[in-house]
Design a binder for this molecule. Structure first.
Ligand code: 6GU
Length: 223
């Protein structure tokens, strides 16, 4: 699986890609992530990637030409038809885990990171296969969305997780040592200003060793 990211802020990605499971997946060649600087596909001296919106209004709009050139070049590098071009925009279709699973079967994902002021609509209509949003809030641009999608798609790949079934495991409430945690103070949620010691215990059923009961408890405490 190859991720090709088109952005005007390539440095946003460096910490994200160099830590933890993602860096391991890159080292193991489970995934390839390449960051591409949009200005490399401009021809003018100032490497212009945006312009004033037709019809007036504030802000600048990303031009279609550099994006089209970038996508064409990146598509031609992967000889597979299992490739998709995604434009990130708050106006897009909502991303979810089902899409992550579907996309994890592709060979190439090309991500176009717009900035929030906008991208020439011809990119959404003719260059991108899909326009995607990651939630009902506005970000400065598609970079954070791209990172969220890279991580969720990668988690669906066989061998990405340590534990074969943890990618799809339903999340349930969990506890670890200590079994009893005594706390004094007023930082506890909804407990007023009383300075009384509060004893926080791990639910007894988890210590019981009764796996049938533990599974039942987990089902009742999952997302
Ligand atoms: Cl994909 N982009 C921007 N700019 N804002 C968003 C988003 C994307 N998804 C949610 N908010």
């Amino acid at each position: 699986m190859k991720f090709d990211i088109i952005t005007i802020f390539p440095n946003i990605f460096s910490g994200f890609l160099s830590e933890s499971l993602l860096s391991k997946a890159i080292r193991k060649k489970l995934i390839t992530v390449k960051i591409h600087y949009l200005r490399d596909w401009t021809e003018d001296k100032h490497q212009t990637v945006d312009g004033k919106p037709y019809g007036g209004g504030p802000g600048l709009v990303f031009k279609v030409e550099p994006i089209f050139k970038a996508v064409t070049a990146l598509k031609s590098k992967v000889k597979s038809n299992k490739s998709k071009v995604i434009l990130f925009s708050p106006r897009g279709k909502k991303f979810n885990n089902e899409l992550a699973k579907k996309w994890s079967k592709l060979d190439q994902l090309i991500f176009i990171c717009g900035r929030y002021e906008g991208v020439d609509e011809r990119v959404a209509k003719y260059v991108a296969d899909e326009v995607i949003s990651i939630g009902d809030y506005v970000l400065n641009g598609g970079e954070v969305a791209a990172m969220a999608v890279i991580e969720s798609v990668s988690r669906q790949l066989p061998n990405f997780m340590h534990d074969a079934d943890s990618a799809s495991k339903d999340d349930h409430a969990q506890y670890t040592k200590p079994e009893v945690f005594g706390i004094k103070g007023n930082v506890l949620r909804g407990k007023g200003k009383k300075q009384k010691t509060k004893i926080l215990r791990v639910p007894k059923v988890l210590l019981s060793g009764n796996h049938k009961k533990i599974d039942e408890w987990r089902k009742g405490n999952s997302n």
